[in-house]
Design a protein. Structure first.
Length: 239
């Protein structure tokens, strides 16, 4: 069962307060995302200030409800090694994010991450996602599946009881992955391209905000960022 832990609260403070008042440590992160959302493939949010329209229950709503499962390939924050750390972000970008204001987000740290890794990720994520949230929470859980190859990707949170993302490669002209290049990923300055993988399912299965979509947007991506890439002033991942 997911529970909000003291360690997560510490990390939350690092994210929502616009980072700590102490001098920023030297840091670097290279991480891969298994990502999916409610938008049609490919997600228009990367090109527009509002998400796709959804027609439900006799009305039209704009939202982008997402599940992003991350694994750090290489990274550090000062002396803290981040390699292998996993975290999961669930949320909704809301109807209009043209002013950098998003609806809600829940960051779940894998139970295997240490106190120091959570604190470090709390600082780093504020730069990777330099936006504001109306509602922001953290939790801990077991990211017990996180696998991929050139044809598919699969991630589960708490055995899929809390959340799940399953992707299947978009069939291009050949059997190699179709990759979208030269598109910015949030606040990061470098990525290796969006590997097109529409979802077979993307779901968040707990509480009033639960949702499930099939056949909508999905992709994989590896981004890279360091403390040297951070502008002198930027907004934080806050609410």
């Amino acid at each position: 069962m997911r529970r909000v832990a003291l360690l997560s609260v510490i990390a939350l403070l690092g994210i929502t307060a616009g980072h700590s008042s102490a001098p920023m440590a030297d840091w670097a992160i290279n991480a891969t995302a298994i990502e999916a959302c409610s938008c049609p493939h490919f997600c228009m949010c990367y090109f527009n200030p509002h998400p796709a329209a959804h027609h439900e229950h006799g009305k039209t709503e704009h939202y982008c409800k997402f599940n992003n499962a991350y694994k750090v390939n290489q990274g550090h924050y000062g002396g803290t090694n981040l390699a292998g750390a996993k975290f999961w972000i669930t949320g909704d970008l809301g109807p209009d994010f043209s002013q950098g204001q998003m609806e809600w987000a829940l960051v779940t740290f894998d139970r295997g991450t240490t106190t120091e890794q959570r604190q470090a990720l709390g600082e780093v994520l504020g730069h990777v996602f330099p936006v504001k949230w109306k509602s922001f929470r953290t939790a801990e859980g077991d990211i017990d599946t996180w696998t991929f190859d050139k044809d598919q990707a699969h991630a589960t949170l708490n055995g899929g009881k809390t959340a799940e993302v399953k992707l299947k490669r978009f069939q291009g002209m050949t059997n190699e992955p179709a990759v979208l290049k030269n598109v910015k990923y949030w606040g990061t300055p470098r990525n290796d391209g969006f590997v097109m993988m529409p979802n077979e399912i993307e779901a968040y299965r707990e509480g009033a905000d639960a949702f499930e979509f099939k056949g909508t947007n999905g992709f994989m991506l590896t981004f890279d960022m360091t403390s040297k890439d951070v502008p002198a002033k930027e907004p934080s991942m806050s609410y």
